[in-house]
Design a protein around this ligand. Structure first.
Ligand code: NZQ
Ligand code: ZN
Length: 381
């Protein structure tokens, strides 16, 4: 195990009725003006918005709406939120949505407290936020685990860049599986695949042998696959959704990452693909993963063999990757870039730009060069 310091700052309220319990306990401790942040309208259709607004009104909070946070949230949206927080003197942010809403709010929270442009502050001056407007997260679509960490993924459209920005994590998270019942089946599956990807990416980074994090990561992968298969039989299986909601948080709450390095090269490629195409995160990962793994198979034979045996019950590393690829098809997730919903046509020229601008990871089984990333992307076409 490498050296580490581990803090777990997010209090989790999990299960049916979690919102009522959490807000009763947490809201008396926060100021009067609450920013109620959400996405494109699903929370209004599902009734979650009205329910939460009612709870806020009951305890005398003044609500400032911050609607329209889009999937793959943009830097412009972050700045809009930070301006609103400052102008309306917001005391507390309640982020209600999937990873996109939660990520946007984490950076809004931090940006609202500093005068400097946060992207410049982090990327040009190497400084990271230490304080922000306190926030809570109400998860309505699981998969990213964004509610339990302080990192956010933001699209800076002008720069053709999608990548990490450190924000301020939620002080509490509400995880009620019933809030996810209205998520469209494809998003349920792509979110769950994102969870699987987080565990696989963590597992494939450098680690000591017999590291407990590897064991836990494999357990999360197995559990995610089992519960995704349950959803294929019955998309409304609430027990399976509930299991997946906690798998999602477990894969990204940092517990798997302590004392080791992580891979996350597939994520870096997907994020930059997202910067150009605005594609769905989990779906982009589903296309990239098997192709990337075929490239690095020979660089981590032991890990891939163990993955094959413990996650898919296969004997060889090659068979494990084929099982992953078949599982993606079984779930109805895309297997080619041409199947992704994209704002532009995905051509080899676009892929060249993605390959030329994505982050390159150094602690994966083998460091890739840009030519190989381009080749991987072309094999995904
Ligand atoms: O916008 P609305 O109308 O709410 O619709 C959303 C959106 O269209 C819909 N949705 C959410 N809850 C719903 C619902 N529809 C019906 N009923 C509900 N209860 O789902 C769609 C997708 O939402 P989004 O938040 O974009 O999905 P997801 O949770 O997959 O988040 C993706 C974003 O998170 C980032 C991704 O890069 C992407 O930008 N990630 C964040 C991470 C983190 N901070 O730790 C880690 C991940 O690797 C990932 O990169
Ligand atoms: Zn992800």
């Amino acid at each position: 195990m490498n050296q580490f310091t581990y803090v777990f700052p997010t209090k989790v309220y999990f299960g049916e009725g979690a919102a009522t319990k959490a807000l009763q306990q947490e809201l008396p401790m926060v100021g009067r003006t609450v920013l109620l942040a959400y996405g494109g309208g699903s929370v209004k259709k599902s009734g979650i918005y009205d329910a939460l607004k009612g709870m806020l009104a009951q305890v005398g909070k003044e609500v400032v709406d911050f609607p329209g946070i889009m999937p793959n949230p943009t830097y412009i949206k972050v700045q809009e939120g930070a301006k609103l927080v400052r102008e309306r003197r917001v005391d507390f942010i309640l982020a209600v949505g999937g990873g996109s809403v939660v990520d946007c709010c984490k950076v809004v929270s931090a940006q609202a407290m500093v005068d400097e442009d946060i992207w410049k502050m982090e990327y040009e001056h190497g400084k990271f936020p230490t304080e922000g407007i306190p926030m809570g997260a109400v998860v309505t679509a699981s998969g990213t685990g964004a509610e339990m960490n302080s990192g956010a993924v933001i699209t800076y459209e002008e720069k053709h860049w999608k990548g990490p920005i450190v924000g301020i994590g939620a002080s509490f998270a509400i995880l009620d599986p019933a809030y996810t019942t209205t998520v469209p089946p494809m998003q349920v599956m792509s979110g769950a695949f994102d969870t699987l990807s987080h565990a696989m990416e963590t597992y494939l980074g450098h680690s000591d042998r017999d590291n407990v994090s590897d064991d836990v990561a494999l357990a999360i992968m197995r559990n995610t696959v089992v519960n995704m298969r349950r959803l294929l039989l019955d998309i409304n299986d609430m027990q399976a959704r509930s299991n997946l909601m906690w798998d999602s948080a477990m894969a990204e709450n940092g517990i798997l990452k302590v004392g080791r390095l992580t891979d996350f090269q597939a994520h870096q490629i997907e994020h930059q693909l997202g910067a150009y195409t605005d594609c769905n995160h989990g779906q982009g990962l589903a296309v990239i993963h098997p192709v990337y793994y075929r490239h690095i198979l020979k660089d981590a034979p032991e890990k891939f063999t163990r993955f094959a045996k413990e996650v898919f019950g296969k004997d060889t590393a090659e068979a494990g990757i084929e099982a992953l690829s078949n599982f993606i098809k079984e779930c109805g997730l895309p297997t080619k870039l041409s199947e992704l919903k994209s704002r532009i046509e995905i051509t080899p020229e676009v892929l060249r730009q993605v390959a030329d601008t994505c982050n390159i990871i150094k602690c994966n089984p083998r460091e890739l060069d840009r030519e190989e990333i381009y080749k991987i992307l072309c094999e995904c076409l």
